[in-house]
Design a protein around this ligand. Structure first.
Ligand SMILES: *Cc1c(COP(=O)(O)O)cnc(C)c1O
Length: 378
C-alpha cells in the first residue's frame, strides 16, 4: 500500500470485520438495509441517543442528503469555514447554493463564531460547522445565533464521532449531522458515511431521498402495500458488506478510542518541550471539549519550516501530510468571489499545519520512531 516505513494512515482490522463480512456474503442479502445495516443504525442511535441514523455511501452523500432535505435552492447562501474539506460545501453548491466562507479561530481551528452573525443575510439557509480534529466548535454561540435567525445547522462531524462539547455528543446539536467512515477516519469501512437526524421531521423524507425518491422503506415495514416514486432522491445506501465491516469497527469503539487517545497523548507529552523550543504550536483543546482523537497536528512558524519538516520525515520513511487549502482561494472558490485576505487565519494556518501518522494500529515502537525523528529536527 505504501513505500513508507511508517505511513500516514493504515486502515486496520480491529475486531469482527472479516467474520461479519463473510456472514453478509453467505446470507444472500448483499444490497443495503439488511441486518448489518440495521445493527449499525441501532448502534449509532443508541450510542448517540438520537431518533434516527442512516448509513450512507459517504459523508459527502450524507451532506448531499442534508442539502436536499433542507430544500436548498439556487441563490440560497450556506455558511462554512474556509478551512475544511471540499464536500462540506460542494454538497450545497450542487443544489445551486452560494458558499459564504468564514474564517476559523486561531486556537481550535474551528469556525470562528464571532464572525458568524455578520455573515448572515436574508438568503442564509444553513450553517455547516466542522468539528475540526474532533474538537467541538463553540456550539452554544452557534446554535443561539442560528436559532435566533431560524437558520438550519448541519454539523459536518466527519472528525468528531463520540467527541463532546460541554458534555453533549458532537453530531447531536444541529437538525442534521454527517459522519464519514472513509478509511482515514476513526471508524472505517473504506468508503462510507451516515446521516444523523436529530429533528424527527426529516426522518421520513430522508428515507425516501436515500431510496431513489421512493417510499420503499415504508413498504418494507409493511406500512403500505406497494411502493412508488414520491420525491426526488438518489441511491445513498451502502451494501451489506460495507455495513458488516463497519459494524465490526463500531463494536470495537472502546478499543479504537482508547488507542487513539493514547497515541494523541503520547505525541502531546513527548513533543511538548521540543515544540516549545522550536516555535511549534501543538493543538489546543478547550477544557469544555472532550475531543474525538481524530488527528494530531502541529503548526510550524513558517511554510518553509513546515515543508522542510515534511521532507525531513519523508527521508526517514515517515509520511506526514498537510491540508486544507483555503476553499475561498480554490479555483471554484474564487469564481464565487473569494480573494486573498478574506480569511487570514485560514490562509496562515494552511501554510503552517502538518499532520503526523495517526491510525488505530500505530504501534508504540512506530510512534517512538516518529517522535525520536521529530525531536532531532531543528
Ligand atoms: C473526510 C471528510 C469528509 C468527506 O468524507 P467522505 O466520507 O470521504 O465523503 C467531509 N468533511 C470532512 C471535514 C472530512 O474530513
Amino acid at each position: 500500500m505504501t513505500d513508507y516505513k511508517i505511513p500516514f494512515n493504515f486502515p486496520a482490522v480491529v475486531g469482527n470485520e472479516k467474520k461479519y463480512v463473510a456472514q453478509a456474503m453467505a446470507s444472500g442479502h448483499l444490497s443495503g438495509d439488511g441486518p448489518f445495516t440495521k445493527r449499525c443504525h441501532a448502534f449509532l442511535e443508541g450510542e448517540l441517543g438520537i431518533p434516527r441514523a442512516l448509513l450512507t455511501t459517504s459523508c459527502t452523500h450524507a451532506l448531499e442528503m442534508a442539502a436536499l432535505l433542507l430544500d436548498i435552492k439556487p441563490g440560497d447562501e450556506v455558511i462554512v469555514p474556509s478551512f475544511t474539506f471540499v464536500s462540506t460545501i460542494n454538497a450545497f453548491v450542487l443544489r445551486g447554493a452560494h458558499p459564504v466562507f468564514i474564517d476559523i479561530r486561531p486556537d481550535t481551528l474551528n469556525l470562528d463564531e464571532t464572525k458568524l452573525e455578520r455573515a448572515i443575510t436574508l438568503r442564509t439557509r444553513a450553517i455547516v460547522p466542522v468539528h475540526y480534529a474532533g474538537v467541538g466548535c463553540e456550539m452554544d454561540t452557534i446554535m443561539e445565533i442560528a436559532n435566533r435567525h431560524r437558520i438550519a445547522v448541519v454539523e459536518d462531524n466527519a472528525h468528531g464521532l463520540f467527541g463532546k462539547y460541554k458534555g453533549k455528543l458532537l453530531g447531536t446539536f444541529g437538525c442534521l449531522a454527517t459522519q464519514s467512515f472513509h478509511e482515514t477516519k476513526n471508524f472505517s469501512c473504506g468508503e462510507g458515511g451516515a446521516l444523523l437526524i436529530n429533528d424527527p421531521q426529516y426522518i421520513e423524507r430522508a428515507e425516501i431521498i436515500r431510496e431513489k425518491g421512493t417510499n420503499r422503506s415504508r413498504f418494507f415495514r409493511g406500512q403500505i402495500d406497494k411502493y412508488s416514486w414520491v420525491d426526488i432522491g438518489s441511491s445513498y445506501l451502502p451494501s451489506e458488506m460495507l455495513a458488516a465491516c463497519l459494524l465490526g469497527q463500531l463494536e470495537a469503539k472502546d478499543y479504537i478510542q482508547t488507542r487513539r487517545q493514547e497515541i494523541w497523548e503520547t505525541y502531546y507529552t513527548k513533543l511538548q518541550n521540543w515544540a516549545a523550543s522550536h516555535e511549534v504550536t501543538l493543538p489546543t483543546v478547550p477544557g469544555h471539549c472532550d475531543q474525538a482523537y481524530h488527528m494530531f497536528y502541529m503548526l510550524f512558524p513558517s511554510l518553509a519550516k513546515r515543508q522542510a519538516f515534511i521532507l525531513y520525515l519523508k527521508e526517514q520513511g515517515i509520511l506526514s501530510v498537510f491540508h486544507y487549502l483555503p476553499l475561498h482561494l480554490s479555483d471554484l472558490g474564487r469564481r464565487f468571489g473569494g480573494k486573498e485576505g478574506d480569511c487570514p487565519v485560514t490562509e496562515d494556518v494552511s501554510d503552517r499545519l502538518v499532520r503526523l501518522p495517526f491510525y488505530n494500529k500505530l504501534s508504540k515502537a512506530q510512534q517512538t520512531t516518529v517522535i525520536q525523528a521529530i525531536t532531532r529536527f531543528s
